[in-house]
Design a protein around this ligand. Sequence first.
Ligand SMILES: [Zn+2]
Length: 277
Amino acid sequence: MSAYRSLFFCFATLISLALGLGAEPTPAKRGAAREIRATPDEPGITFNSVHVDSPYIAMTFDDGPSAVLTPKLLDLLAAHHIKATFFVIGENVAEHPEIVSRAAREGHEIGNHSWSHPNLGKMSDESVRRQLRQTDDAIKSATGNRPTLMRPPYGSITAREKRWIHDEFGYDIILWDVDPYDWKRPGPAVVRARILKETRPGSIVLSHDIHPGTIEAMPSTFDELEAKGFKFVTVSELIRMAAARPSHPSPQPSESVSPNAAGFAFPTPSPTSSQAR
Ligand SMILES: [Zn+2]
């Protein structure tokens, strides 16, 4: 009886994991609740990861810029020759436009993460529009360019919102497939271990450049990802790689997996799913 019961609980846990009951953080200072994972099924609009046939990944950093931590991270990224993507909060951009300007100048991508980090899935269209427009304007003013990506705070956004936001702003909606839960501040070693365990070719890795432990985790995380053969690109570059992929199936359709020199396996590209899951 107790064996059946523990089997049931294991199963229930697996189901809740599969449903993605974790998610992006609630910045503590904003006092929001836990994250709600959006349903990522709008082809060509929403991306959790990208189907690529080489070991490219995108590191993403949310909720900044932070006056102290973001410049530190930019130094680390420069030392590693890594391009990353920053999903910035508009009111932080207004406070530190020079940091966002530096990030863009150094080749990083800047995406819209709303003005004040509200739950967009529960707001009126007009309020959502204002959140995104103000942030779009702040990014344009800091960097000279408008963003082409947005990430909803907590991953919370409705299917209808995705559609009109995409139509009106031209944004791709970017979620993630690797979440180290760094916002719970588990310590640098745990952040690093989680990222290394979950990252695959085409992964979009979520982290936050407002937590000291996250920044502390990055040098060794970058080293170890590099040692595994991963290469780093911005989210838009990663998406373009999927789009550029030939539409015909792999020449060796019988091999579902082919190990590469770096020691990990890439799934054979599927001709039907060029974009997000
Ligand atoms: Zn956020």
